[in-house]
Write a protein that binds this ligand. Structure first.
Ligand SMILES: [Zn+2]
Ligand SMILES: [Zn+2]
Length: 143
C-alpha cells in the first residue's frame, strides 16, 4: 500500500520544501542576530565636549514645575539650585547627570541620544536613523 508520503511527495515538491525551509532558517537566524545586537547594543559615553558645554540653569519651581525632581537620584530640586539641562529639555543635578552621561549617551528620562566621542558610533547612528523610522511605522500599524 502506498503511503501518503509516496503519493504526494514528488521530487519537485521536496526541493521546494527544502528551499522554503532554508529561507525560514535564514530569516530566523537574521532575526536572532538583530535581537542579539539590540540586546548588546552598548552605548558609548557622552562626548566630553557635550558634557563640558552642557547648559546650566537655575531651578525655578514656577517655571520648571513639570520636572520638580532629579530623575537620577529622585531628590526634589531646590529653588535656585544649579542644574544641567540637556537638549531634550530635561533637568538634572549637575553631578547626577555627569555620572550618568559618563557611562551612557542617552537622556535617563526619554533616551534622547547625545553626541559621543566615538566616530564609528556616530556614523552608525546616522545610518540607522532611516531604518528605525521604518520599523516604527510597521509597529504602529499593529498598536
Ligand atoms: Zn540628582
Ligand atoms: Zn530627555
Amino acid at each position: 500500500m502506498a503511503s501518503y508520503f509516496d503519493e504526494h511527495h514528488t521530487k519537485d515538491d521536496e526541493e521546494d520544501e527544502r528551499d522554503l525551509m532554508q529561507m525560514q532558517q535564514e530569516y530566523l537566524q537574521q532575526r536572532a542576530q538583530e535581537f542579539y545586537n539590540s540586546m548588546h547594543n552598548i552605548k558609548p559615553p557622552t562626548s566630553k565636549s557635550a558634557l563640558r558645554d552642557m547648559e546650566v540653569v537655575f531651578f525655578d519651581k514656577n517655571r520648571d514645575k513639570l520636572y520638580p525632581e532629579c530623575p537620577v537620584c529622585q531628590d526634589d530640586f531646590k529653588q535656585d539650585e544649579q542644574l544641567n539641562k540637556i537638549e531634550c529639555n530635561h533637568l538634572f543635578h549637575k553631578k547626577c547627570l555627569r555620572e550618568w552621561l559618563e557611562r551612557h549617551n542617552t537622556c535617563p528620562m526619554c533616551r534622547h541620544e547625545l553626541l559621543t566621542d566615538d566616530p564609528e558610533y556616530e556614523e552608525k547612528k546616522l545610518d540607522t536613523k532611516d531604518k528605525s523610522r521604518k520599523k516604527e511605522n510597521v509597529f504602529s500599524m499593529y498598536s
